[in-house]
Design a protein around this ligand. Structure first.
Ligand code: ATP
Ligand code: MG
Length: 327
């Protein structure tokens, strides 16, 4: 098992008029740990995740697994991804067993019987009756489909699992069970995991480390408990303040509209200086003396700051203009 490292990864879409969806991201998913990735819609979370599995175009930087560029890894894919939509992830004409068998790397289990046993083992691992192997996915609920998608991902015997909003399309009533399953499988197999969710309560439940993304950048990263109880970046504070249920209930209403009263950021025209300054409640909007935020990008010194926060004033008392201290 080895660390997954995003080493100054940038992803650009389109030509000259395009946008940089991920901008020089440095992030480590330590071996066997869960990194929860949060941030508002369009911040680049999926783009970053997809970069790790070769599904988004990396324009600069590298993704490394155990020090090796993932593009140079041998054929058996040590990274597997589970997606949001359980209805498009399975071929409706293939039985569940066939779908899972297809994901077993070639040559690993020669022989039909061995593959059938492996499918049964995987179905049991995700708490599905192995008898279901012959069923078509049309007969499954969304939660059961996500279990099959997880079994498929595990068929590749990955070291790293990437989960992108895997419960957000599910009924609230089954989300908890799927999350429990993911957590127990992650622990049992010692997987490293990059887990993306809008829902901070879900992030808290699963993550060892929390990373917060804003406009293509990681603006804060640190141990989950610290980031969630003592956030150092004003954006993280705003996220937490917008989701008050996050700290109390696992299935709080994770809101897509995290900062309801702010203009959404435009990734085609990221602001100069600190990218958060046009919305920041402790920046030049409310403190004229903080013109530093207009001029100097705080990302550079982030590694030296508490929780690696990309904020010039992260170590100051971050009282807000709304008087909403998020702690
Ligand atoms: N294939 C693509 N071509 C062009 N632009 C894209 C493409 N995929 C994503 N983008 C843009 O890149 C930015 C980041 O998108 P991304 O889907 O990574 O955000 P996200 O954080 O996953 O959002 P959400 O929470 O809604 O899933 C957005 O501005 C989006 O419009
Ligand atoms: Mg996404």
């Amino acid at each position: 098992m080895s660390d997954l490292v995003f080493d100054a990864v940038s992803v650009r879409y389109g030509g000259r008029r395009g946008l940089t969806a991920v901008d020089g991201v440095k992030l480590t998913v330590p071996s066997g740990q869960v990194v929860g990735l949060v941030g508002e819609s369009g911040s680049g979370k999926s783009t970053l995740a997809r970069a790790a599995v070769g599904l988004s175009p990396v324009s600069a930087g590298r993704v490394l697994l155990g020090g090796v560029d993932v593009r140079e890894l041998p054929r058996r894919p040590p990274l597997q991804m589970v997606f949001q939509d359980p209805y498009s992830s399975l071929d409706p004409r293939m039985s569940i067993g066939e779908s899972i068998t297809e994901a077993i790397p070639r040559g690993v289990l020669p022989g039909r019987a061995a593959r059938r046993d492996e499918v049964a083992r995987l179905l049991e691992l995700v708490n599905l009756d192995p008898e279901r192997a012959d069923h078509l996915p049309g007969r499954l609920s969304g939660g059961q489909r996500q279990r099959v998608a997880l079994a498929r991902a595990l068929a590749g015997r990955p070291e790293v699992l990437i989960a992108d909003e895997i419960t957000s399309a599910l009924d609230v009533s089954v989300q908890g069970a799927v999350l429990n399953l993911v957590r127990s499988v992650q622990r049992r197999l010692g997987l490293s995991m990059l887990f993306i969710s809008h829902n901070l309560a879900v992030i808290r439940y699963l993550s060892d480390i929390v990373a917060v993304m804003y406009l293509g950048r990681i603006v804060e990263v640190g141990p989950a408990e610290q980031v969630l109880t003592d956030p150092r970046h004003p954006y993280t504070r705003d996220l937490l303040a917008a989701a008050p249920s996050a700290t109390t209930s696992l299935l709080g209403t994770g809101s897509d509209d995290v900062i309801a009263d702010a203009e959404p950021a435009d990734p085609h025209h990221p602001p100069g200086g600190c990218r958060y300054h046009p919305r920041c409640p402790v920046g030049p909007l409310v403190r004229a003396d903080r013109d530093l935020c207009l001029r100097v990008d705080p990302a550079e010194g982030a590694a030296q700051r508490r929780h690696s926060a990309a904020c010039h004033f992260s170590d100051n008392e971050l009282t807000t203009s709304r008087g909403a201290s998020a702690s």
